[in-house]
Design a binder for this molecule. Structure first.
Ligand SMILES: C[S@@+](CC[C@H](N)C(=O)[O-])C[C@H]1O[C@@H](n2cnc3c(N)ncnc32)[C@H](O)[C@@H]1O
Length: 285
């Protein structure tokens, strides 16, 4: 037996026994406690080891728990996504290039005509900041929400220091209706966020995005590697990390919107390890 397979076996044994010994509530507290201990080995993977049964049974709740407690990938995400144009990841740059081109094709000048933007799952607001400085310089209302409190706090400090107009809200996207509170935004944007919700919950968020949009809803989700997402009958789970492949095209149509641009590139990945599935739509008339 190689050291690698021994390690794998030990990890499987740990997962199985801890699940039997401790109830879920205790394991959740343990994951949070361990995360605050800088010296703890394998701090970032520990939540996956402690909570793997829950991740299988209820992926939505599991992801919500990790993001809202800033655990595991949430901590990594913050470290890897600094403010500043030079830090913009290639797939996000492509997303904004396509969005600008699509707006122009539809008679909207991104630099002049877009006055308001909402970013669902905005993290620290680093994409909103890029929109403020480089994409929609005429926008006076730039808002976003995120469930990850520490990222919002870090973002608010940065944005204050840089004289930004951006307003960040620490809230779950399932509360979008009350967060947006009857306001309509020219652009409603959501990148790499719906993947943490199951099909029903993601469809509800898409509906709220459509209901609160004037000009364009822009959604970026993960591409199914072999089937164009628009052909999926139902959302599927990616086994490596428990996130969802969705059919965003169909969610938009069910919400009464019209898809005006889409891009699906299957298993092709870019330098930031991400795949491409963009869907832009007009809201219902
Ligand atoms: C992969 S990051 C994407 C961040 C950014 N939109 C981007 O494109 O880089 C996912 C973000 O969604 C947020 N998120 C996950 N579940 C959420 C929920 N239920 N409500 C609000 N935000 C959520 C996370 O906190 C995180 O900031």
């Amino acid at each position: 037996m190689t050291p690698f397979s021994l390690k794998k076996k030990a990890s499987r044994f740990f997962k199985k026994s801890i699940t039997k010994i401790l109830p879920l509530s205790r394991r959740k507290s343990l994951a949070v406690w361990a995360d605050h201990r800088g010296w703890m080995p394998r701090r970032k993977v520990l939540p996956f080891m402690l909570l793997n049964d829950w991740a299988d049974k209820d992926p939505d709740a599991f992801h919500r728990f990790l993001w809202s407690h800033h655990l595991a990938y949430a901590r990594w995400y913050e470290e890897c996504n600094e403010f500043g144009n030079e830090n913009l990841r290639p797939t996000r740059k492509m997303l904004f290039d396509d969005l600008k081109a699509c707006l122009i094709q539809n008679g909207v000048n991104p630099e002049k005509d877009v006055k308001s933007v909402f970013d669902v799952g905005c993290s620290s607001g680093f994409l909103l900041r890029y929109m403020e400085t480089d994409v929609f310089p005429n926008a006076t209302k730039l808002e976003g929400n995120d469930i990850d409190g520490p990222s919002i706090l870090r973002g608010e400090a940065y944005l204050r220091e840089h004289g930004s107009k951006i307003h960040l809200i620490n809230a779950d996207m399932s509360e979008l209706q009350s967060i947006m509170n009857g306001s309509k935004y020219d652009v409603v944007f959501c990148a790499a966020v719906l993947v943490y919700l199951n099909e029903t919950a993601a469809s509800e968020v898409v509906l709220e995005m459509m209901n609160h949009c004037n000009k364009i809803v822009a959604i970026y989700s993960i591409a199914h590697p072999t089937v164009d997402n628009s052909k999926l009958e139902h959302s599927e789970i990616r086994s490596s990390d428990g996130v969802f492949y969705h059919n965003i095209d169909s969610m938009i149509e069910k919400a009464g919107g019209k898809v005006i641009y889409r891009r699906w590139e299957g298993s092709k990945t870019y330098a930031d390890g991400q795949t491409i599935y963009f869907v832009f739509s007009k809201p219902a008339d």
